[in-house]
Write a protein that binds this ligand. Structure first.
Ligand SMILES: O=C(O)CCC(=O)C(=O)O
Ligand SMILES: [Fe+2]
Length: 614
């Protein structure tokens, strides 16, 4: 990817331009309404707000980076709208990618859209990464209009009938999730059970304490998996060959437009010669279609996506012997395909939002108001969407991206694909009305999770506490309700193991045991976390139990809501437990006690996130 002269966040639009390879995009900046219109296959830029106006500035992209960064300076980038509209020009049609119709059954008989989109790199908020990588190193892209409306409708139909159609569906539970069957005839069910794999490899099911509030249809459909991959794969390929200039016999330029490039480079999954050392192997054979109904208050709460591992065994038989060859594939990248239109067409709300992990801390001083703030943020987003919609011609094949400091909001449009690494914090917003359908699968890489971890361990991830220091310092005079005691150095209790199979119970034991040892040797240290932790041991364990986060929970599962969501949850629960200080009405000792609680929670979270880091 081209380097940017802008700072971390400002670099986003530059990447957006630079990422489009040969085709490029035209970004029209509307200075009045802070609205950007991105037109595909056009490298020009204009400061004109008329979508249909062709007035352009023919400066090259590189010379415009600075100007664009100025226009998009962080201080003024509170709510920017990017709208990409498909231009169905004859010229573009000539350039369309020919996709063979390889399906010979009626379920996938439609041809590919006649116009193919350039991928757009998504602007991301700071601290969206589980490991606090800067946004420009993270993988998050959208490819608008990659599938036709008819194809999307076909997928919805297949998903809706998956359970009743034995040939195309698999009603057997997946390795990580089980669907609870109900008497309903629909294939879409709430997932209420999860399967965990114990250290010895045995699997056991647990009832989810807080099932995700949306429905799922899970099925296998090899032809559709093949078709999806045929369409997506070109965007994942490393294109480092010299590109031939069609008008001359000499090679002209080298491009590297794989949407996976930056992430793989960051994770050392490509070598110095830019070849992939982690082969991309295709899609997860299991397809999931999510269904969100406004009437049921369905949504997808903020989370990081889980990694899926699949194994394939190929048997080779010759005259003398039979050999089994087993390969393991691991998912690292999420694929979403929107199957119907948001923005008030098929449904309102239901946007996919990439969130800053720190949004709770930076947006409110009172963690108990988290939900309220979320709600307010949602209303703000909705209002903006509505306003924008009335001044923009929303049509199928366009994608709307709202960017604010702490969130990037995508309004679903039929046929649009979104690809992003599993470790980005995101959610599916609640619907205001209607029903949303989205297909979910993953890009698989031929490697075991351990091998991925080993490669990743060879890099140096930035420390969350180094990066995550925005406005979080807790002043002694502050009301401790903000729970932002992150100015604390990493506690001596941080567990440095890199295992990911540890359970929360084991982590808690380790943290408290280590601290018991510490306190013996440092009993004169007023600030030592050991004493604080041991004072709060009971309340923390009780809070974890209350939240269903202690028993049978792996550290990875525990960490998946994100550090600050967990901090807010734990603080909220512990706040409800009366302490002696509170009982005797001493407000200053109550404050001290509360601050210590926060310190203890932070120590535990440091340990959990350190242990979960690959
Ligand atoms: O529905 C959405 O927008 C998000 C879906 C999602 O996050 C997931 O399937 O993991
Ligand atoms: Fe997700």
């Amino acid at each position: 990817m081209p380097s940017s002269g802008c700072s971390e966040n400002e670099a986003v639009p530059q990447q957006l331009l630079g990422s489009t390879g040969g085709g490029g995009s035209r970004i029209v900046v509307d200075s009045k309404s802070s609205s950007l219109v991105v037109h595909e296959n056009d490298n020009r830029i204009s400061d004109n707000d008329d979508d249909n106006n062709d007035t352009t500035d023919s400066r090259s992209i590189s010379s415009q980076d600075e100007a664009l960064c100025d226009v998009l300076g962080l201080s003024s980038l509170h709510m920017v709208t990017l709208t990409l509209q498909q231009e169905e020009k004859e010229e573009e049609e000539k350039e369309q990618v020919q996709v063979q119709d390889f399906c010979d059954n009626n379920d996938c008989k439609d041809s590919a859209p006649t116009v193919h989109s350039q991928p757009i790199r998504l602007p991301l908020p700071k601290n969206v990464s589980r490991y606090f990588y800067p946004p420009h190193q993270c993988c998050a892209w959208t490819i608008p209009n990659l599938f036709t409306k008819q194809e999307c409708q076909d997928i919805i139909d297949i998903a809706a009938h998956a359970n009743s159609n034995g040939t195309l569906s698999s009603t057997s539970p997946s390795s990580s999730q089980q669907q609870q069957q109900s008497s309903s005839s629909s294939s879409f069910q709430y997932v209420t059970m999860a399967t965990h794999t114990a250290n010895d490899g045995s699997q056991y099911s647990v009832k989810l304490q807080t099932p995700n509030p949306h429905k799922l249809s899970v099925f296998h459909h090899p032809q559709w998996v093949h078709r999806l991959w045929e369409r997506i794969q070109p965007y994942t390929q490393q294109q480092q060959q010299q590109q031939q200039d069609p008008s001359s016999s000499s090679s002209s330029s080298t491009s590297s437009t794989s949407i996976l490039h930056d992430m793989m480079k960051r994770d050392r999954l490509i070598d110095h010669q830019e070849s992939q050392i982690l082969p991309v192997r295709g899609l997860n054979p299991r397809l999931r279609v999510l269904k969100y109904d406004a009437d049921d208050n369905d949504e997808f709460l903020p989370h990081f996506d889980a990694t899926t591992t699949t194994t394939t065994t190929t048997t080779t038989t010759n005259m003398e012997s039979t050999t089994d060859n087993t390969t393991t594939n691991t998912s690292l990248v999420t694929v979403l395909l929107y199957l119907n239109d948001g923005g008030g067409i098929d449904f309102e709300g239901g946007e996919t939002v990439f969130l800053s992990n720190t949004v709770v801390i930076t947006e409110t001083k009172n963690p108990s108001r988290t939900v309220v703030v979320e709600e307010e943020e949602r209303k703000k987003i909705t209002t903006t969407t509505t306003t924008t919609k009335s001044s923009t011609n929303h049509k199928a094949g366009s994608i709307k991206i709202h960017v604010s400091e702490n969130a990037t909001v995508l309004t679903p449009t039929t046929g649009t694909v979104v690809l992003f690494e599993h470790d980005l914090y995101h959610c599916g917003k609640p619907l205001i009305w209607g029903t949303k359908y989205v297909l979910r699968t993953d890009i698989m890489f031929e490697m075991t999770l351990d091998e991925v971890q080993t490669l990743r361990n060879s890099r140096q991830p930035p420390s969350p506490l180094q990066i995550n220091n925005n406005n979080n310092n807790d002043d002694d005079d502050d009301d401790d309700d903000d729970g932002t005691d992150n100015s604390q150095p990493v506690s001596s209790t941080a567990v440095t193991t890199t295992t990911t199979t540890m359970t929360m119970q084991e982590l808690v034991d380790k943290v408290f045991d280590d601290d018991d040892d510490d306190s013996k040797s440092q009993n004169n240290n007023n600030n030592n976390t050991a004493a604080i932790l041991s004072d709060h041991r009971e309340s923390i364990i009780e809070a974890l139990l209350d939240l269903g986060l202690l028993e049978d929970t792996s550290i990875e599962t525990f960490c998946s809501p994100g550090r600050f969501a967990l901090q807010a949850m734990l603080q909220d629960v512990i706040r409800c437990v009366p302490t002696n200080d509170k009982d005797n009405g001493s407000s200053s000792s109550s404050r001290t006690n509360h601050r210590d609680t926060i310190r203890a929670i932070n120590s535990l979270l440091d340990a959990a996130f350190t242990a979960a880091r690959p």
